[in-house]
Design a binder for this molecule. Structure first.
Ligand code: C2E
Ligand code: CA
Ligand code: CA
Length: 659
């Protein structure tokens, strides 16, 4: 087998022997070209006896087969068959047909030698009279094919129904061109099916003479190679190459029959964690188990494939309604949820699925793949373990995101992102107790942009880390300069994204920056949201927050009350400060239950020795109500908008500003 890059990927010992290849060359991972060059030097291609170049359809998959026969310098004859693989590689099989060639030659020499040769090469000879349709067959025909001389229908009736047309074509070719070949499936009297090759020449206007020989072994070898080339060895599922072929076929069939095709892209959630923590052997088992479960959901006409890593795909053929595909996808999500037992341990995985449907979403296979991919991304983003159907809105969001990502990267490189500072004000004394740094983009043509425009980038690992670091460096520099000017800036908080909180080095990086800028940790705070704690991030987040907390950095829990955090998290993590989300403050005056929630958060937080800040305070009534509830401080447009650095010193000096 030659891979897509032109290197010999597999070459068995039999092939090395047949071709007389030197083993040190084959051990050196040679390119196909290098092997050919060596053979050329040995005079291997001196005589290509019969150049049979033809392209045929092979086993339902479109591969071009280039066949020829080659006379080797030592006199042996090889039949060379080349199957091109859809990925650009190829599989070559070599058969020693010296004996068969000798037999074919012997036909022209003597009857007796012919008889012996036929027997030796499991080959039957025949002569067809086109006027009477009577066939004279050699003696050994009975042993080989279960028929002796008789009408041509004796043979044709035993040929597989789907292959009879090949026999007709074969006869036509021999008559028109003088010679021809064919390969057909043939039913033996024992009931077993075999493969026969037919070769014939036109003797005159009324007669064909030919040979039939058994090629079951070669067909079996070819199908084994086909299996290897098109399937994933770990799970036995179709591989990416076969998947592509099947998808194209399914779409063509649906187009003709007017039905639909559902394309499911699946990705195991957290598979990397299983691999990293329990080892590759367990990871492999999990993949095999997942494959087994996926296969149990597939119908006869469907294709289940492993596209690589922990990525799978299912082509659901012949669906009549979108709902059908959605139902299948939901069932799969459910089924993969159930843990499986491995050495007394329950292993579990969940799966996220992106679903796209032909013809509803796109008709082209590449576009349909992209649709499913976009839907999969959504499924991951919305919390995993679910199936999401493609929408054109999702594609727009995605494309928008790609554009923004490019611009934001350029903006970071050009240092266009700056912190704006919003004061936090004590509800008891009215003085400034700190600031929150909020990212702003000084866009060269669009002006000042807020996270409403670029906030989706906080979810992009690399971008978020780069942006966060730039923010923290500037904030540290600003704090230092305020201290130097003798300004009481209190604690200045920076928001940490989920991406930052999953990076184990973030704590030491922050502490390093503070030290470099000579900023005491008592002036610094990080704000994290509850989602940063959840799921697989818990362990990393916990150690980051502990490291920061122990160094004297305050930890604030942002947007409190909106996420999934439980009281357990407040105990589990070193939280110093709770920020009550805007949504509870907004209706504080009109909605009694919001007021009750705020009161509960305040008393709970105080009992755990945490400070409480209310966000988004816009009216004096809200401020008064929060003060009554015992809330420590507040932040919002009532006091100040986020301000650029240049305005901070005067704001601190002149505080309180007349409201
Ligand atoms: P957040 O951390 O909840 O920040 C508070 C948001 O509320 C800010 O929006 C702020 O401008 C806005 N706000 C302040 N007072 C009021 C008010 O009285 N009424 C109303 N309606 N809104 C008020 P902003 O600056 O657009 O930031 C949005 C979100 O983007 C932030 O929510 C935060 O999650 C994120 N973010 C901002 N800067 C950064 C950053 O540097 N790093 C990270 N990771 N996230 C950031
Ligand atoms: Ca915040
Ligand atoms: Ca907030």
């Amino acid at each position: 087998m030659v891979d897509a890059n032109g290197y010999v990927a597999v070459c068995n010992q039999r092939a090395i022997d047949l071709l007389g290849l030197p083993s040190d060359l084959m051990r050196s991972n040679p390119s196909f070209e290098a092997v050919k060059r060596w053979q050329m030097e040995q005079g291997e291609f001196g005589a290509v006896t019969e150049q049979l170049l033809r392209a045929i359809k092979y086993e339902g998959i479109n591969v071009e087969i280039l066949d020829y026969e080659r006379l080797r310098p030592d006199g042996t004859v090889l039949e060379v068959r080349t199957n091109r693989l859809p990925n650009g590689g190829m599989v070559r099989t070599f058969t020693d047909i010296t004996v068969r060639k000798a037999a074919e030659n012997a036909i022209r020499v003597s009857e007796e030698r012919l008889r012996l040769a036929l027997q030796a090469s499991r080959m039957a000879a025949w002569e067809l009279d086109l006027e009477t349709e009577w066939v004279n067959r050699s003696e050994n025909s009975m042993a080989l094919m279960g028929i002796s001389s008789g009408p041509s229908s004796d043979f044709v009736d035993r040929v597989h129904a789907e292959d009879r047309e090949r026999v007709t074509n074969f006869r036509r070719t021999v008559m028109l061109e003088g010679s021809g070949t064919a390969e057909v499936r043939y039913l033996l009297p024992t009931g077993a099916q075999t493969w026969l090759a037919l070769r014939a020449e036109r003797k005159d206007e009324k007669r064909l003479i030919g040979l039939s020989f058994d090629i079951a072994d070669r067909k079996a070898a070819e199908s084994a190679i086909w299996q290897t080339a098109n399937h994933d060895p770990l799970t036995g599922l179709a591989n990416r190459a076969l998947f592509q072929v099947r998808l194209t076929e399914a779409l063509e069939n649906a187009e003709t029959s007017g039905s639909g095709v559902g394309l499911l892209l699946l990705d195991l959630d957290d598979f990397k964690d299983v691999n990293d923590t329990l080892g590759h052997a367990v990871g492999d088992l999990l993949l095999q188990e997942a494959a087994l479960r996926l296969r149990s959901f597939a119908m006869e006409a469907d294709t289940v494939a492993r596209l690589g890593g922990d990525e799978f795909a299912i082509i659901v053929a012949n669906i009549s309604a979108t709902g059908e595909a959605i139902a299948r996808a939901s069932e799969i999500v459910e089924a993969l949820h159930a843990p499986f037992q491995h050495e007394g341990r329950a292993l579990s995985t969940t799966v996220s699925i992106g679903l796209a449907i032909f013809p509803e979403h796109h008709r082209d296979s590449a576009e349909l793949m992209k649709d499913a991919d976009i839907a999969l991304y959504r499924a991951k983003e919305q919390g995993r373990s679910q199936a999401v159907v493609y929408t054109s809105a999702a594609r727009e969001t995605m494309e928008h995101r790609v554009t923004i990502a490019r611009d934001v990267r350029a903006g970071i490189a050009a240092r266009q992102f700056v912190p704006f500072y919003q004061p936090k004000v004590s509800l008891v004394t009215g003085s400034i107790v700190g600031f929150e740094a909020l990212a702003r983009w000084k866009h060269p043509s669009m002006g000042l942009l807020t996270p409403a425009y670029f906030g989706s980038m906080f979810a992009e690992q690399a971008i978020s880390l780069a942006l966060g670091e730039q923010m923290i460096r500037q904030v540290a520099g600003d704090i230092r300069s305020w201290i130097d000017q003798g300004l009481e800036c209190g604690r200045v908080a920076v928001n940490l994204s989920s991406a930052e909180i999953s990076d184990p080095h973030v704590a030491s990086r922050i502490l390093g920056i503070l030290e470099e800028a000579d900023v005491p940790t008592a002036h610094f705070e990080v704000e994290v949201t509850e989602t940063a704690f959840l799921g697989r991030r818990t362990a990393t987040a916990s150690s980051i927050l502990n490291e920061l907390h122990e160094a004297g950095v305050s930890i604030a829990l942002d947007d409190f009350g909106t996420g999934f955090a439980s009281l357990l998290h407040l105990k589990q993590f070193p939280v110093d400060h709770i920020k009550i989300d805007q949504s509870f403050v907004r209706n504080l005056i009109s909605d009694d239950s919001d007021a009750a929630i705020v009161a509960a958060i305040v008393s709970l937080g105080h009992a755990m020795r945490m400070r409480i800040t209310a966000e988004g305070v816009e009216t004096t009534e809200q401020a008064a109500r929060l003060r009554e509830a015992g809330c420590d401080s507040a932040q919002g447009y009532l006091y100040a908008m986020p301000l650029e650095e240049a305005r901070v010193p005067s704001t601190i000096r002149d505080w309180p500003l007349p409201i």
